[in-house]
Design a protein around this ligand. Structure first.
Ligand code: PMV
Length: 328
């Protein structure tokens, strides 16, 4: 019972921040994302009677007990469904820094969901995979799909309607998302803890929830009409609004470092010269910049001109999660 799968990371254009149910990992808001072509995770899983307890290797290194516990309880959901008890050995590789705000949990859990369910011969639809991946990490539900993706917050208590679906495939619209790496250190406050703190202490949390539907609707429209400035402005707005909520908790969370802030100004300066480039930032210090293919070079140069950014990773819209190998 073995399978290897690959899933690509995704970056939210309209952010998810906040949970309506922490146990089932149900989002308080919907979100819209772009799946990335370059950043991806490959995960191999083997279930066997010979394995005494779940073993997890991340990029060739034995994972920490906390990481193993998270993956183990996620696998329990799949084992229950398949009615088996066998433990597993998991080998997962990311081609980018783990846990630094680069959506490694999204691609990692999406790849694991696909590999584990296939290894156990559970033939799930893409929607069912997405519902399941959500239990590992909210954003993982979106990495099941390529291209432009929407995650629905759903209304049911059991979470069956909190799934992602593809709005448009990767070849629908050739845009770029450039990532400026400002630090390769793991982030200090994970997204789950950050969301809990925002919900419990930010005076702006309620407004964040109330204004999300409008942003989602505007973003659907921007993508449908291929209105790039609108897509970019909305992305920047949603990012700043999410960070305003995180910053206004108590204690406030500052996910940015000095280089992140310098880069935000540099992108706005680039925009003043007539290049439509827009930033977005997640629960970490990396800066992500949306631009059109013809502006890729200028945008890259702009990011590399910021002291502290040594590496820029260029992405196009990326593909669906896929099986790489399975035994018959
Ligand atoms: O999927 P999680 O629990 O890692 O949360 C993701 C949160 C953000 O990346 C900040 C926003 C998003 O929608 O991806």
């Amino acid at each position: 019972m073995k399978c290897r799968a690959r899933a690509h990371a995704n970056i939210a254009l309209i952010k998810y921040w906040g949970k309506r149910d922490a146990r089932l990992n149900l989002p308080a808001v919907g979100s819209i994302s772009l799946t990335l072509s370059t950043l991806r995770s490959e995960t191999e899983i083997v279930f066997s009677d010979e394995i005494e307890q779940d073993v997890l290797f991340l990029n060739g290194q034995k994972a920490k007990p906390k990481e193993v516990a998270r993956v183990s309880s996620f696998l329990d959901l799949i084992r229950d469904r398949a009615k088996i008890k066998q433990k597993a050995r998991i080998n997962s590789f990311n081609n980018f820094p783990t846990a630094a705000g680069l959506a490694s949990s999204a691609s990692g859990f999406a790849a694991l969901t696909l590999a584990a369910t296939r290894a156990l011969r559970l033939n799930l639809s893409a929607r069912e995979l997405s519902v399941l991946a959500r239990r590992g990490s909210g954003s993982a539900a979106r990495s099941i799909f390529g291209g432009f993706v929407e995650m629905h917050k759903g209304v049911s208590d059991d979470g069956s309607d909190a799934f992602a679906e593809q709005l448009f495939p990767p070849d629908y619209w050739d845009i770029r998302l450039l990532i400026g790496i400002t630090s390769e250190q793991p982030k200090k406050v994970g997204s789950t803890d950050g969301m809990t703190l925002s919900k419990e202490t930010s005076p702006y949390y309620r407004n964040w929830i109330e204004t999300q539907e409008y942003d989602l609707q505007q973003m659907r429209e921007a993508i449908k009409t291929k209105d790039f400035p609108k897509l970019g402005e909305l992305s920047e707005h949603s990012c700043l609004k999410m960070h305003a909520v995180a910053l206004s908790g108590n204690p406030g969370i500052i996910y940015w470092n000095a280089v992140t802030v310098e880069a935000m100004h540099a992108v706005r300066e680039l925009r003043r010269t007539g290049v439509p480039a827009f930033f977005t930032i997640d629960a970490g210090p990396q800066i992500k910049v949306l631009c059109l293919p013809e502006d890729e070079q200028k945008t890259r140069d702009c990011l590399l001109s910021v002291p502290g950014i040594e590496r820029v990773i260029v992405n196009r819209p990326g593909p669906d999660a896929q099986i790489l190998e399975e035994d018959n």
